[in-house]
Design a protein around this ligand. Structure first.
Ligand SMILES: *Cc1c(COP(=O)(O)O)cnc(C)c1O
Length: 454
């Protein structure tokens, strides 16, 4: 069969409020052309993010009823810990209310002025939390990963040559090495097992721990199964276990591959670091067996962790994302290739070469998709990364628009509607104009900046 059906059926529905193009023009104006400022009720297909937007299963909702809200030592925590250990057998597992809370704790402990943390590509909150401690966040993804045209199986791989150079010359400044799987800011591209293994070997040589920013560990594992020699016959779960056996710790946003709407954790083997992390956790998140979450949230995560490594789910997840990407590609829309796991990234710079980077071609495209079709996507380019720490502005290396696919939420007909809308945007592309920023905060400006069309 050619059609990949959704491996679930719908038991409870959420009504979408339909809107007209005329209404959406006004909503855009009211939102100062920042799609984060829209009311989500006014969005037809919300592809802003795959973060916290998953649909939970009947099993997860049932598990929520089992949640135990004891302040300390809740069985919900132990069920979560057991489910996670089955995949990632870290000695210390510390829940947090979301991924950035885990990052904040980790980098507060290991960061500081003059330090450097390398990664394939730091995600925006990761970079911001590192820079908030005056540590330098260095991106060392292989050059292929910066070129949307190159088709390669593992464009999330870190450049081992540049990593070793940095380790050799700046060893004292580097408290740890990180890898982001899959590489979100670089197009949702996977990292190979060989690259994780080789990074670990380098880290051992220089005596540095390796941590994963592992938000999409299951999707990354499925790419390894499909693309890396020697893994075709392994289950996703076995591959996930192998990935985590290679590293010293992880930060996680459970809003991604734990299939829940809120949650996260930090996990590690280092006893001393874990003790310090728990102390900070108590200060900002709560007692170590709940970490800013309700007991019921921990139970939903425990079930999500089992469902996310199911082969049928991952097959549907990865092929349905590719379905959207391949259709756009056939229309002639330039996208980051090959298609990543959780999203399709449109190369706005290539699609709209008449709009200069500092007039934000990605923002212009995202605005047009909403106006025409009520689709909300996310600029990942000069708006997100262009502002430098000294307040000046530079074009980002890529100007992308991300169509992130919420897990288990939209059907193929929703996706077909998006494809139709983008075909119209494509035919109209020469008419699109850039924007200017009229107001912005000093950090993470994409969330709240205000724009005006040029
Ligand atoms: C989402 C995400 C984070 C941050 O997690 P939050 O739960 O949103 O705080 C960190 N790294 C990556 C790669 C992510 O995708």
């Amino acid at each position: 069969m050619k059609t990949i059906i959704e491996p679930f059926r719908i038991k409870s529905v959420e009504i979408i409020k339909m809107t007209t193009e005329q209404q959406r023009k006004q909503y855009l104006k009211d939102a100062h052309y920042n799609l984060f400022s829209l009311k989500s009720d006014d969005v037809l297909i919300d592809l802003l993010t795959d973060s916290g937007t998953s649909a939970m299963s009947t099993q997860q909702w049932a598990a929520i009823q089992l949640g135990d809200e004891s302040y300390a030592g809740s069985p919900s925590y132990y069920r979560f810990e057991e489910a996670l250990r089955e995949l990632a057998p870290f000695k210390h597992i510390i829940p947090t209310h979301q991924g950035r809370a885990a990052e904040k704790i980790l980098f507060t402990l290991i960061g500081g002025a003059g330090k450097i943390i390398p990664n394939n590509t730091h995600f925006d909150t990761t970079r911001a939390n590192i820079e908030a401690t005056l540590t330098k966040a260095v991106d060392l993804v292989k050059l292929d990963g910066l070129n949307p045209e190159v088709i390669a199986p593992f464009k999330g791989d870190i450049d081992l040559v540049r990593l070793e150079e940095l380790l050799e010359t700046k060893a004292d400044a580097i408290p740890m090495v990180m890898l982001t799987i899959t590489n979100n800011s670089g197009g949702g591209q996977p990292v190979s097992m060989a690259n994780i293994r080789a990074t670990k070997a380098l880290c051992e040589k220089y005596g540095k721990p390796l941590f994963l920013d592992a938000c999409r560990f299951a999707e990354n594992a499925y790419f390894i199964k499909m693309r890396e020699e020697g893994y075709a016959d392994k289950t996703p779960k076995q591959i996930v276990q192998e990935i985590f056996s290679l590293v010293d710790g992880m930060t996680m946003s459970a809003k991604k591959d734990a299939l829940v709407n809120m949650g996260g954790w930090i996990a590690m083997n280092d006893d001393e670091l874990a003790m310090k992390a728990r102390n900070l956790l108590i200060l900002t998140e709560g007692f170590p067996t709940y970490g800013g979450l309700s007991g019921r949230d921990l139970d939903a995560m425990a079930v999500g962790l089992r469902e996310v490594v199911a082969e049928d789910y991952l097959h549907y997840r990865i092929t349905s994302t590719a379905y959207l990407g391949n259709a756009l590609s056939q229309i002639g829309i330039p996208i980051v290739k090959p298609v990543g796991g959780h999203a399709v990234y449109i190369d706005a710079k290539a699609l709209l070469p008449h709009i200069p980077a500092l007039q934000y071609p990605g923002q212009a495209l995202a605005i047009e998709m909403y106006r025409l079709g009520g689709i909300r996507a996310c600029e990942i380019g000069t708006v997100m990364f262009g502002r430098q720490t000294d307040g000046t502005e530079q074009p980002a290396s890529m100007d992308l628009v991300r169509m992130a696919i919420p897990r288990r939420v939209y059907t193929q007909s929703h996706i077909d509607y998006c494809i139709e809308c983008l075909e119209q945007v494509y035919n109209n592309r020469h008419q699109l104009k850039g924007l200017k920023i009229t107001q912005e905060p000093p950090m993470l400006r994409h969330f709240t900046a205000q724009f005006e069309p040029l």
